[in-house]
Design a protein around this ligand. Structure first.
Ligand code: RTP
Ligand code: MG
Length: 145
């Protein structure tokens, strides 16, 4: 008998402005590709606050919302759509936990990130957290895809 197929998914990855500024975009994409995921789209751009407020709508009203949007608009981000079986969960595992200081070594945040003394956690990457979030975020960042 054959095992049930695992669905191919797409996820939205952002290399945040701290990652681009530090010259880590290539290293982060390397890890995504080395894990075996396929790059579907990549675009380096400075996002406006309208897009970022929509992207982070679930955090509207929280104390870190405005500083987070300002940080995310502070320079170019690398927006990426990656594809593969269980890529949503797989990329979040590659990224590591939200707090980069405590993130496990071996992860992007654990190997490359740390606390830099600002209130907003500069944790290098974003990855969609569910199929619904991925669909919403991909439509937002890549409306023609
Ligand atoms: P992300 O969405 O960026 O992949 O990160 P996440 O799921 O691990 O974290 P989430 O809770 O969704 O928060 C989104 C981003 O907001 C910043 N943040 N700052 N207490 C704070 O100051 C705080 N909490 C979150 C981080 O940049 C986080 O990735
Ligand atoms: Mg999140």
């Amino acid at each position: 008998s054959t095992a049930p197929a695992v669905a191919t998914e797409r996820t939205l990855i952002l290399v945040k402005p701290d990652g681009v500024r530090r010259g880590l975009a290539g290293e982060i994409l390397r890890r995504v590709e080395a894990k075996g995921y396929r790059l579907v789209a990549v675009d380096l751009r400075t996002a406006g606050s309208d897009l970022l407020q929509e992207h982070y709508a679930e955090h509207a009203g929280k104390g870190f919302f405005a500083p987070l949007v300002d940080f995310m608009a502070s320079g170019p981000v690398l927006a990426v759509v990656a594809e593969g079986e269980r890529v949503i969960e797989g990329f979040r595992a590659l990224a590591g936990t939200t707090d980069p200081t405590g993130a496990a070594p071996g992860t992007i945040r654990g190997d490359l990130g740390r606390d830099w003394g600002s209130a907003v956690q500069q944790n290098l990457v974003h990855g969609s957290d569910s199929p619904e979030s991925a669909a919403r975020e991909i439509a937002l960042w890549f409306p023609t895809l």
